[in-house]
Design a protein around this ligand. Structure first.
Ligand code: ZN
Length: 485
C-alpha cells in the first residue's frame, strides 16, 4: 500500500492559479461575510436566507449546472451538483455551513464583526470577521479549489460527481438537518462525504481529523418512600435514596477508570498501533491542556494517554445529581427520591442503542449484589436516541486521498486527530451510509465562536489547493462502483 504521505509535492500550475486570484478571493469572501447570517437569532433569519441566495448565485457562476435552495421548517440549506463526465467517477457530498455564531459580547470585538478586514501579522495576512473560518471561508475555498482543478486538468466537469450541501442551521444545533438528509437521501446518494468545518492541530502540525465520538444521555430516578420522612422518626431504619444513588454512582467506574456496564467495551474498535504511534507524535502540551481544563490533574482509563482518552475511548460521566432538601439551613429528612443525569461518550464501534440494555443489566447486577436494596427502585430514562460515533479507518482510500491532497498543499507530513464531541457529521455518516473525511484548515487560535474570529488567508488558500488536488486524486485512486462490481 503506498504511503499517503509519500505523495508528490505541490503542482506549480495549481498554486499559481490560486495565488493569482488571491485578491479576488478575499474580496468575494468578504462580500459574503458582510451578510450577518446568525441562525440562532430569529431577527437574522432573513440574513440567513440572503446568505443562501448569495451562495447559490456564486455556485451558478462557478458553473454548477444545478443549484437549489432547500427550505426547511427552519433556515435554508444550499444544494448544488455537478456530475462528472467520467462514468466511473466516485460521488462526493461536500458538507459545510453558511450560518454563523452570534457575535455577543460584541464589545469584545476590535472591529465590527460583519465588516471583514485584513490584518497584517507575523504569520501573514488574516481576514477578521464572523464566519471567516467557521465556516464561510472553508466553504468558499472549495470554489477556488474547484476552479483550479478544472483549469489545470483541462476538464469541463469535475473529476468526481460533486454534490455540495451547505447547511443554514449548524450553529443552532442542526435541528432540521437529519430530517432534511432523510427526505433527500436519493439526491444525496454518495460514496464519501467530505466535511470542511474543522481545523489542523497546530500551525506547525498539519493534521486531518478521522473521527468523532458518539453520545447518549440518561437520567436515573432513584425512589424510596412515597414522601419525605422525618429523619428522627425513621432515619437509620429505611433505605435512603440519596445514599443509594451515591453508592450506584460510585460503582460506575472500576479502579482502572473503566466503565462497569456489562459489555460496554465489547464493540469498541481498538486504536491501531499505527494510529497510537501517530497520535503520540502530535506535540501535545498537557500543562496547557490542563489550563484549558481548569484542572490540576488528569484522570481516566488507565493505559491510555489524555488524547486517546478524549478522542478514542468511551466514557460515562455524571452531569448532575440532585434530591432531597437543597435550600438554606437544614431539613432533617430522608428524601423520597434522588436523581442523576448521566452521559456516555461513545467510541468508534459502539452504538447508542446498546447503552440502554447495558444500563438495565448493570442495574440488575447492582440489585443482585445488594448495592440497590429492597425498598428502592431505580428507573433509567433515555429521552433521545443519541448520536453514533464515526471513524474513517486510516487505510480508507478516501482518507488516503485527503491525506495526499493536504500533504501536497502544505508540503509537509500529515498527522491524524479525532474529535471528542460530535456534530451533524454523525448524521451524514449514518443517514447517507458513507464514510466521512475531513478537509479543514482552521487553526486553534482562530477564535471560532468567540469575538475577533479570523482566518489565516494563507491557510484558506492552502485549503483551496488541497481541494484542487483532492477531486483528481479521489477519481484516480478510488472507483467504488467498479470495485463493487
Ligand atoms: Zn462550523
Amino acid at each position: 500500500m503506498p504511503n499517503p504521505n509519500s505523495a508528490t509535492g505541490s503542482d506549480p500550475a495549481v498554486r499559481s492559479y490560486i495565488a493569482d486570484r488571491r485578491d479576488e478571493f478575499i474580496a468575494e469572501l468578504s462580500e459574503w461575510l458582510r451578510i450577518p447570517s446568525i441562525s440562532a437569532d430569529p431577527a437574522h433569519s432573513h440574513d440567513v436566507s440572503r446568505s443562501a441566495d448569495w451562495l447559490a448565485q456564486r455556485l451558478l457562476r462557478a458553473g454548477f449546472p444545478s443549484v437549489e435552495i432547500w427550505s426547511t421548517e427552519g433556515l435554508p440549506t444550499v444544494f448544488a451538483q455537478w456530475p462528472s463526465d467520467d462514468p466511473l467517477a466516485p460521488t462526493v457530498v461536500l458538507y459545510g455551513h453558511h450560518d454563523v455564531q452570534p457575535v455577543d459580547p460584541v464589545e469584545l470585538w476590535d472591529t465590527a464583526p460583519f465588516e471583514p478586514l485584513i490584518r497584517e501579522t507575523e504569520h501573514g495576512q488574516q481576514l477578521v470577521g464572523r464566519g471567516s473560518i467557521d465556516d464561510k471561508g472553508q466553504v468558499f475555498f472549495h470554489l477556488l479549489g474547484l476552479a483550479a482543478h478544472m483549469e489545470t486538468t483541462g476538464r469541463s466537469t469535475p473529476a468526481v460527481n460533486l454534490k455540495v450541501l451547505i447547511e443554514g442551521e449548524e450553529e443552532s444545533g442542526s435541528v432540521h438537518f437529519a430530517q432534511l438528509l432523510r427526505e433527500n437521501r436519493e439526491n444525496l446518494q454518495c460514496d464519501v462525504v467530505v466535511v470542511s468545518d474543522t481545523g489542523v492541530f497546530r500551525r506547525d502540525t498539519i493534521s486531518v481529523c478521522v473521527g468523532m465520538r458518539g453520545l447518549i444521555e440518561a437520567q436515573l430516578d432513584v425512589v424510596g418512600p412515597t414522601g419525605d420522612l422525618h429523619s428522627g422518626s425513621f432515619g437509620g431504619s429505611v433505605p435512603n435514596p440519596a445514599t443509594v444513588l451515591g453508592r450506584i454512582i460510585a460503582r460506575l467506574h472500576d479502579s482502572d477508570g473503566r466503565v462497569t456496564l456489562p459489555g460496554y467495551y465489547d464493540n469498541v474498535i481498538p486504536l491501531s498501533d499505527r494510529e497510537r504511534e501517530l497520535l503520540a507524535r502530535l506535540p501535545f502540551d498537557e500543562d496547557r491542556w490542563l489550563e484549558a481544563a481548569q484542572s490540576t490533574a488528569t484522570q481516566g482509563e488507565s493505559g491510555f494517554t489524555t488524547l486517546e482518552r478524549v478522542w478514542a475511548r468511551p466514557t460515562a460521566e455524571v452531569n448532575g445529581i440532585w434530591g432531597g432538601y437543597m435550600g438554606p439551613g437544614g431539613k432533617t429528612i430522608i428524601p423520597s427520591a434522588a436523581h442523576a443525569k448521566l452521559s456516555f461518550r461513545l467510541a468508534a464501534g459502539q452504538q447508542p442503542a446498546d447503552v440502554p440494555p447495558a444500563l438495565d443489566a448493570w442495574l440488575s447486577d447492582l440489585t443482585d449484589d445488594g448495592t440497590i436494596p429492597a425498598g428502592i427502585t431505580v428507573t433509567p430514562h433515555f429521552e433521545r436516541q443519541g448520536v453514533r460515533p464515526c471513524l474513517t479507518p486510516l487505510d480508507h482510500p478516501a482518507l488516503e486521498s485527503v491525506t495526499r491532497a493536504m500533504g501536497r498543499a502544505f508540503e509537509t507530513e500529515i498527522l491524524y486527530t479525532r474529535e471528542g464531541g460530535s456534530g451533524p457529521e454523525a448524521d451524514l455518516a449514518e443517514i447517507l451510509e458513507a464514510p466521512v473525511v475531513f478537509l479543514g484548515v482552521g487553526l486553534p487560535d482562530d477564535r471560532t465562536h468567540a469575538p475577533n474570529e479570523k482566518a489565516d488567508i494563507d491557510f484558506l488558500l492552502r485549503g483551496a489547493e488541497a481541494a484542487a488536488y483532492l477531486w483528481a486524486d479521489l477519481a484516480a485512486n478510488w472507483s467504488p462502483g467498479s470495485a463493487d462490481a
